[in-house]
Design a protein around this ligand. Structure first.
Ligand code: B12
Ligand code: SF4
Ligand code: SF4
Length: 424
């Protein structure tokens, strides 16, 4: 980490700041300790950059982020994630500045939680016919005594709840120290959390667009407390970019979603396609999806900064072994009740059974395994046109993959031809 000064760039928008204090590097250290007590791994504070055109000269970090975000949306990179495109009454994109939806905001506290559970990587070899569920969605906890848990297994948890509980503790400590306005967000607020995390010194934004911390790696989930406490001018820690000349994430991305260093076309990202995208997935992207059935970890699995990332053992974030390399047959065979049993309260619930089955069908196709034929035939006749379409595509894909070795054998030169070509 390198120390450098960040501009506070505050532009009052006609509302009184109710805080009596201001963030100093010493107070930021106090805050970091409170965050660690609450169960986070690191935290930092960043000023909220004003993007008021009347007061902003045009080259502040806030304006650069605002412009980047607006350009990203305008280029169609948000795909069908309409919530990212929400605007205020004046037509300003809510996520172009914290003060757009919260004019009283002066600073953000960004807290990061390591979720690197012990387990294989998505790029490691795996049993045939298995899928991949993103690491962050493996989380679970021991069932509370007296609940109706039907198995001895861990019950699913969702990081939103896990982080929010911890964030509330940080918020309470801050409010006890300063009378101030606050709002807690994990993911769902009108905020670009990674841009804030970078300014708060939590980590740098890597070429894969993830926040990476030099000691913790990038298996981090972020939570933000927006506050009305201003940031004093001074030396705050900002993480230096340590990607250097590396391009492993860009080279490894199967769908070319990382269109340039630090730039993602989310409409091509497997995490978007498998979790957010409703309806049919474009045919050209089905093959590169491979065996991912929920989210994607590839560009983080290949990142050298994750090689020595510490393993986290956190209450509420324990790895459920069934989520690691799940058998596609198992997922395919789940009825609505079983889906609920395994995924209610987990991030996978968001994608719903219908979309998960679509993803499973595509992964079955990419496995090339003829044993999935019967299941795919049954789905091909299903009422759901999206599932039927994915299943038909998958059947053809298996046929093609089965034919490939034969095809290759046909195309292989005979020993005599080979010798002739080698000039012997
Ligand atoms: C929409 C969304 C997605 C979309 C789009 C992702 C994307 N890259 O934009 C999809 C569905 C694809 C997705 C995937 C994932 N996501 Co997501 N996602 C979000 C969400 C809700 C909004 C992100 C957003 O606004 N994107 C818009 C783009 C323009 O923003 P951005 O890439 O963050 O870029 C800004 C800054 O990075 C900065 N910037 C851009 N380029 C540059 C260059 C330089 C040099 C600098 C300094 C700054 C900079 O300016 C940009 C605009 O302001 C956030 C939560 C939140 N509210 O912020 C979680 C969030 C980003 N996701 C998260 C996670 C964990 C994931 C996955 C790992 C899940 C998975 N395993 O499948 C993948 C990771 C894929 C990847 N390589 O990014 C974490 C990231 C944690 C981390 N360590 O970075 C977040 C913060 C959620 C959380 N609360 O923890 N996600
Ligand atoms: S999460 Fe997967 S698809 Fe998305 S950018 Fe990373 S490697 Fe590419
Ligand atoms: S793989 Fe390399 S380029 Fe990509 S985020 Fe990691 S260090 Fe940066």
């Amino acid at each position: 980490m390198t120390a450098r000064t960040v501009s506070t760039g505050l532009a009052p928008r006609g509302e009184e700041i109710s805080a009596t204090g201001e963030w100093t590097p010493e107070l930021e250290q106090w805050l970091r300790e409170r965050a660690i007590e609450a169960g986070f791994d690191t935290a930092g504070v960043a000023p909220v950059d004003a993007i008021d055109s009347a007061t902003d000269s045009g080259n502040s970090p806030g304006r650069l982020d605002a412009e980047r975000f607006a350009a990203w949306v305008a280029a169609g990179r948000a795909g069908e994630m309409e919530y990212l495109k929400r605007r205020d009454e004046q037509g300003v994109l809510l996520r172009t500045g914290v003060q757009v939806p919260m004019p009283w905001a002066r600073s953000v506290i960004v807290c990061a939680l390591n979720y690197n559970a012990a387990g294989p990587l998505s790029i490691d070899s795996a049993p045939s016919g298995t899928g991949w569920i993103a690491r962050y969605a493996w989380s679970g906890q021991v069932a509370a005594a007296g609940t109706n848990s039907t198995t001895d297994e861990l019950v699913p948890t969702d990081y939103h709840d896990q982080l929010l509980g911890r964030l509330r503790q940080v918020e309470a400590a801050v409010r006890e120290r300063f009378p101030c306005e606050t709002r807690c967000y994990v993911d769902t607020g009108p905020l670009v959390e990674r841009a804030m995390a970078a300014k708060a010194g939590v980590g740098w934004i890597g070429k894969n667009t993830c926040v990476i911390n030099q000691k913790l790696g990038s298996w981090l989930l972020l939570g933000v407390v927006v506050t009305s406490i201003p940031v004093a001018a001074g030396e705050f820690q900002i993480a230096a970019d340590r990607c250097g000349s590396c391009t492993r994430c860009i080279d490894a991305c199967p769908t070319d979603a990382l269109v340039a260093p630090y730039q993602m076309d989310a409409s091509r990202c497997i995490a978007y396609l498998t979790i957010e995208k409703k309806g049919m997935i474009a045919e050209e992207l089905r093959e590169p999806i491979g065996r991912q059935v929920f989210g994607c970890d590839i560009c983080q699995d290949v990142c050298p900064w994750n090689r020595r990332a510490p393993i986290a053992v956190k209450e509420g974030m324990l790895a459920r072994s069934q989520m690691v390399n799940p058998a596609l047959e198992w997922l395919a065979g789940m009825d609505a009740a079983e889906f609920k049993q395994w995924f209610k309260g987990s991030p996978v619930e968001r994608t719903r059974r219908k979309r998960l089955l679509r993803n499973v069908a595509i992964a079955m196709g990419n496995s090339g395994e003829p044993r999935f034929g019967a299941q795919l035939n049954a789905w091909a006749a299903a009422d759901d046109p999206v599932l039927a379409d994915a299943a038909k595509w998958a059947t053809n894909r298996i046929r093609r993959l089965q034919a490939e070795p034969l095809q290759a054998a046909h195309n292989e030169p005979s020993i005599a031809e080979g010798e002739e070509r080698a000039g012997r």
